[in-house]
Design a protein around this ligand. Structure first.
Ligand code: ADP
Ligand code: ZN
Ligand code: ZN
Length: 754
């Protein structure tokens, strides 16, 4: 009999060893128990491993088993272990993030923990008492009730619901019996019936499965793609589907999903948060109805816990529509994981730990659980594209749009030239203005994209060098006209916009640069009759306001929609004909090796909103670099050209997919201490990894929320064991954490940073 249990607790340290007395049978791995860490702080912990290795320190006794058991299944345990080792964090970090908070009370006193423990919603049930579950006893019971009419009637009602009268223990929700609670209580007291509670979430998990779903009839091109995917899944775990915007990828998923559900297996369908529109959810619900479970960041914690419990209790046939964190749900009998818009950077979590990439986790999970993984995008990430063309993944393409829709014509407008020739008004070039006028005249709709919110991202004094900056971060403040305040988009700091320069007293600081608020205002000036809507984080302050804007635009209640990234994904607006990208330059000039790839993806996605229901889609891209290769590649839909050019560049520098990156990030308020620590860590890292080490250097945003940051980059060439590298790196970091001075600095790793 094992004596000890290693218990994972939702804090960065651990697992912790406890002695378990003779409870080895009860404490199977995955069970939730109450444990005490430090003095008087109680946590819900998860039994991870039982063993007999007596630790050198005195162990405490493990506490009681919590009400909801188990907390995770065997597959999840393997997954958490992989995440912790691959992304260099502890199982506690994974637990803290992966379990809904309601399921993991932590850092509380004993009383608080009892009070906060998750109590699932239950449904009261009724069945025959065990003593009367034979014909003779039941008959006798009936006889005894001859003079208590109400009780007799209640018993008859219960029995009438079952073919065998309920003798085999069949039960009924209390709410289905019409008897009063008094009557029920009397019957319970006599032992003729008994009541018990069933967890509502568990009941919901056992509802009926349907076999047939009404999916759309596919076009020949779609059918071909679907057949190729199925065929590819026969031999490969992972397949990449590259399908142009509006080609009907979602319709293809629905066929694959229907296959899986009919076979009793579950599907996880992941998408970026901003692509999970109500339009899309409604489309999926229309086909799969009550099988659909939606999981996103705006759900209440209680609701999350219920979803989690229900999936844990289910034996399959579930369809979960979720954002990146849904990868941690206990998907029962997984058959397929779909990663839509797989190139999207939001699949990567940068903070807090685990700093995981849900797309890469999906590939691992599918492999580990015998499921299939479908990565899909109009503009796949270069990494996935290389995996697909290199034969590691299957590769399927779909190059035509559905119906009469054609891909939009793309016009490039040289903003500098337009300005010089006097063909620019405010931030709009003539090429865009002319097309807007024509589109609006035809009663069709326009969408304007600018990837910055607020009015002006740069407030400066016209006289001296003063620029409004956040006191806690190394970024400029963005002026928001609505509210008249300047805001930090990194930490949320805000202050009123000064009427005069705080440095030299010159009045009226200039509001420079272009945010969506200014785009909206200028559009109203230029098109005074147009009805304009704006969609960004400032207008979409609640789900209902967001929905309103989208629905209004969809039904043609507005002519122009101005927005940030929020408008680039997932939408299908039938009246939308023209898309304007106001300034491509800030995407092209971003200092990152992925900038060109991302610029291509973003522009192609925005452009893809145009003309989805007819042949007249148009896009105008304004830029001061009309000859930039990426602009040309977007215009000619030359995805391969973009990839080849980027690959050529990356191979020189050993960037992914030619190597892997690990970023060591350090942060502290004291800049001197931080720099010393960074230098020390870089030197230790160089001793082991030589010229694979770059830095230390300050990141793009070197100060945030009052803390300064430093980074060291490690490039590992393909073919080297990343696991070994991480092991050695962990030793160096652990040495820093024991160093007299440097231990005060927070150090962590970001694996495959985006
Ligand atoms: P994608 O995800 O590739 O951008 P969608 O799946 O959103 O494309 O399809 C674009 C539009 O075309 C949607 O409105 C969709 O309902 C419609 N559509 C695509 N394929 C079909 C089909 N086979 N039958 C009916 N409608 C389709
Ligand atoms: Zn000044
Ligand atoms: Zn700030």
């Amino acid at each position: 009999m094992q004596q000890y249990a290693d218990i994972v607790v939702p804090i960065a340290r651990g697992p912790f060893t406890f002695h378990i007395g003779d409870r080895a049978d009860e404490l199977t791995p995955g069970t939730g128990v109450e444990v005490e860490i430090g003095s008087r702080k109680r946590y819900m912990g998860i039994v991870w491993r039982l063993h007999d290795d007596k630790p050198k320190f005195a162990t405490k006794a493990v506490g009681r088993t919590m009400t909801c058991v188990p907390l995770l299944n065997a597959m999840q345990m393997r997954f958490w272990e992989w995440v912790a080792s691959y992304y260099m964090c502890t199982l506690g970090d994974v637990m803290r993030f992966a379990l809904p908070s309601a399921l993991k009370p932590s850092g509380l006193s004993e009383e608080e923990l009892r009070r906060d423990e998750y109590r699932p919603a239950t449904v009261s049930h009724i069945r025959l008492g065990s003593a009367v579950r034979n014909a003779e006893a039941l008959h006798a019971a009936c006889e005894s009730l001859k003079r208590s009419k109400a009780q007799y009637k209640a018993l008859m009602e219960l029995c009438s619901h079952f073919e065998d009268g309920g003798l085999s223990g069949g039960s009924l929700p209390r709410s289905e019996l019409s008897a009063s609670s008094q009557t029920i209580k009397k019957l319970v007291d006599k032992g003729i019936i008994e009541t018990y509670d069933e967890e509502a979430a568990v009941l919901a998990a056992t509802r009926e499965h349907r076999q047939k779903y009404e999916t759309a009839t596919l076009t020949p091109a779609q059918r071909k793609a679907l057949d190729e995917i199925r065929h590819s899944f026969d031999t490969r775990e992972c397949t990449l589907l590259q399908g142009v915007t509006g080609s009907g990828k979602t319709e293809i998923y629905m066929h694959l999903i229907a296959d899986m559900l009919a076979g009793g297996r579950s599907v996880l369908y992941m998408m970026p948060e901003i692509a999970m529109t109500s339009q899309l959810v409604a489309r999926i619900r229309a086909v799969f109805g009550h099988r659909v479970t939606v999981y996103h960041s705006k759900m209440s914690d209680r609701h999350r816990a219920e979803v989690y419990r229900r999936l844990l209790a289910s034996d399959g046939g579930e369809l979960v529509l979720g954002v990146r964190s849904a990868i941690f749900l206990p998907l029962p009998s997984p058959g397929l994981i779909i990663v839509d818009e797989e190139h999207d950077a939001s699949y990567k979590q940068s903070d807090p730990a685990p700093r995981y990439n849900a797309r890469d986790c999906a590939v691992w999970l599918a492999h580990a659980s015998g499921a299939r993984c479908l990565l899909a995008s109009a503009t796949p990430s270069i990494e996935s594209y290389v995996n697909a063309t290199g034969g590691k993944y299957g590769f399927v393409t779909l190059n035509e749009r559905y119906g009469s829709a054609l891909l939009p014509r793309i016009t490039i407008s040289d903003s500098l030239r337009a300005f010089k020739r006097g063909e620019r008004r405010l931030h709009f070039d003539k090429a865009l203005l002319d097309r807007m006028t024509a589109t609006l005249a035809r009663g069709r709709q326009v969408m304007l994209f600018q990837n910055r919110r607020g009015f002006a991202p740069w407030v400066e004094c016209p006289q001296c060098s003063w620029v409004a900056k956040c006191p806690r971060c190394s970024v400029t403040l963005t002026y928001h006209k609505q509210g008249g305040r300047m805001q930090c988009h990194v930490c949320g700091y805000s202050s009123t916009a000064p009427a005069v320069c705080p440095k030299c007293g010159t009045p009226s600081p200039r509001m420079l640069g272009l945010g969506t608020e200014k785009v909206e205002e200028e559009t109203a000036t230029l098109f005074p009759d147009a009805r304009i809507l704006r969609l960004d984080r400032d207008t979409a302050t609640s789900t209902s306001r967001y929905e309103h804007t989208v629905t209004d635009f969809e039904r043609g209640a507005a002519d122009i929609l101005v927005g940030t990234q929020m408008i680039t994904k997932g939408f299908d607006f039938p009246g939308l004909e023209l898309v304007g990208i106001l300034n491509a330059d800030n995407m092209l000039n971003f200092p990152d090796f992925r900038a060109s790839e991302r610029a291509y993806q973003t522009m192609t996605q925005v452009a893809g909103r145009a003309g989805r229901s007819g042949p007249d889609g148009e896009v105008v891209i304004q830029t001061s670099q009309p000859d930039h290769p990426v602009i040309r590649q977007v215009q000619t839909l030359d995805y391969e050209g973009m990839v080849n050019m980027q690959l050529a560049e990356r191979s020189i520098f050993g960037y992914p997919p030619y190597g892997r990156l690990i970023k060591i990030i350090m942060r502290h308020r004291d800049e001197r201490l931080l720099n010393e620590t960074a230098a020390w860590l870089a030197a230790r890292t160089r001793e082991l990894f030589g010229n694979r080490v770059f830095g230390p250097h300050a990141p793009l945003i070197e100060k945030a929320g009052g803390e300064s940051f430093m980074e060291i980059m490690l490039k590992i060439e393909n073919g080297t064991s990343a696991a070994k590298v991480k092991e050695r790196l962990a030793k160096i970091i652990s040495a820093a954490s024991r160093h007299a001075n440097y231990k005060r600095v927070t150090v962590f790793c970001d694996i495959d940073p985006q």
